[in-house]
Design a binder for this molecule. Structure first.
Ligand code: PLP
Length: 386
């Protein structure tokens, strides 16, 4: 940071320029082709411009519209892009809530830094989202127990084709109805050594578009073979990192018979530090690590490197109890099986039944998200003046 940066304006979401849409869009019905398209956004969007001479400008709420950027824009050539995935929930008490939005704000700012884009005060992101939802929430999210998907994004959009740190950037926030897909059990396809998602010193820990483009071909091939997601392995020892856009968990008995909830660690920066992942670990530590819940025995929470060979061995020895993935988009979803090269590994418990841990953890989170449990992780969006 040079000395000029001291005079740059901070991102400040206490003040907005608002332009209301005069032609409101149709709200898609649940399950309709528009909803399933994942592209039918709400009436408005938030944009905030940044320049390296002035810093962050006043945020704007304006009708949803195409962006205009020069063909030389940095993001189109050098992948100066990062994003977030959040949801806004309509609670059973009628209130709109975000789930731990400061975690997303912090992560977006970290991702921006890793992709040479400007950082910002992370607590401002939730205010940008809140403003958009004060305007679009009443019409687009009227029903308790439903949600919209929110996509905050930052791009380098300056016109300089020369290879350099972007001199201009745009932060925007859009909201889109998202189908509530629930699966009884995902089928994961373990990645092969010729396709690596992330590596030490890389950027697997940041939510960058650059992590995704190069992984979509493998995803498409796995889909064509009837699998739901790639399970990304890393290294000679085939470490299990994460699955698609979600973190991976397994519940098994260790060699001594003790029940563990195991997931990959953050320290080596290979995986995305999911907000849902963190919440699962914190809730299980707090509520299920020292006491049973109903008939469910306590779980020891373990963040460590685990390999596909360990999972295969545990399956052979009948020690796997359950497996699931976590993430905002697909929430908490059980995993039924993993194909590794030519071996199909069942990750269901004895007799193909789940013990109930995944369901319990999912319900804890849902209660917080939809306001059935008042919790500090639920950020209530106050009504706007509509
Ligand atoms: C977004 C994402 C996740 C899940 O993160 P959440 O904060 O829980 O939504 C996991 N892995 C990858 C690669 C992701 O992009």
């Amino acid at each position: 940071m040079g000395s000029i940066s001291q005079h740059l304006a901070e991102l400040d979401a206490s003040n907005f320029k608002v332009t209301r849409s005069t032609t409101l869009r149709d709200v898609p019905l649940p399950g309709s082709p528009e909803e399933l398209s994942h592209s039918h956004c709400t009436d408005h969007m938030v944009t905030v411009r940044w320049t390296d001479t002035n810093g962050w400008e006043t945020p704007e709420v304006k009708p949803y519209q195409n962006l205009s950027i020069p063909p030389t824009a940095s993001c189109l050539h050098y992948a100066t892009e990062c994003f977030e995935g959040m949801k806004v929930y309509r609670g059973y008490d009628g209130k709109l809530r975000l789930f731990r939005p400061d975690c997303n704000g912090q992560r977006l700012s970290n991702s921006a830094q890793r992709s040479s884009l400007p950082v910002f005060k992370f607590d401002q992101l939730k205010k940008l989202v809140a403003k958009l939802m004060q305007i679009d929430g009443p019409r687009w999210l009227p029903n308790p127990g439903t949600f919209l998907y929110i996509r905050p994004t930052m791009i380098g959009n300056g016109p300089h084709l020369g290879v350099q740190v972007p001199k201009e950037a745009l932060l925007f926030v859009i909201a889109v109805p998202w189908p509530d897909i629930s699966s009884k059990g995902l089928r994961l396809y373990a990645s092969t050594p010729d396709t690596i998602r992330a590596w030490p010193g890389g950027f697997g820990y940041a939510k960058l578009g650059a992590n995704y483009g190069p992984s979509l071909q493998a995803h498409g091939q796995a889909k064509a073979m009837g699998f739901d997601q790639i399970l990304w392995l890393f290294g000679e020892d085939r470490q299990v990192t994460e699955a698609g856009a979600s973190n991976f968990f397994i519940i098994w008995r260790d060699a001594s018979g003790k029940l563990e909830l195991v997931t990959a660690p953050l320290e080596n920066q290979l995986i995305l530090p999911g907000v849902t992942r963190r919440s699962v670990l914190e809730l299980v530590s707090e509520r299920l690590s020292t006491q049973s819940v109903g008939s469910l025995e306590p779980l020891k929470v373990v963040e460590r490197t685990l390999t596909i060979a360990e999972i295969e061995k545990a399956a052979e020895e009948g020690r796997i109890v359950e497996s699931f993935v976590s993430g905002t988009a697909y929430f908490i979803t059980p995993v039924a099986m993993i194909r590794n090269v030519n071996t199909d590994i069942s990750t269901l418990g004895p007799n193909g039944e789940s013990a109930g841990y995944t369901t319990l953890i999912k319900s804890w989170l849902e209660h917080i998200m939809f306001g059935k449990e008042q919790h500090e992780w639920g950020y209530v969006i106050e009504d706007g003046e509509n």
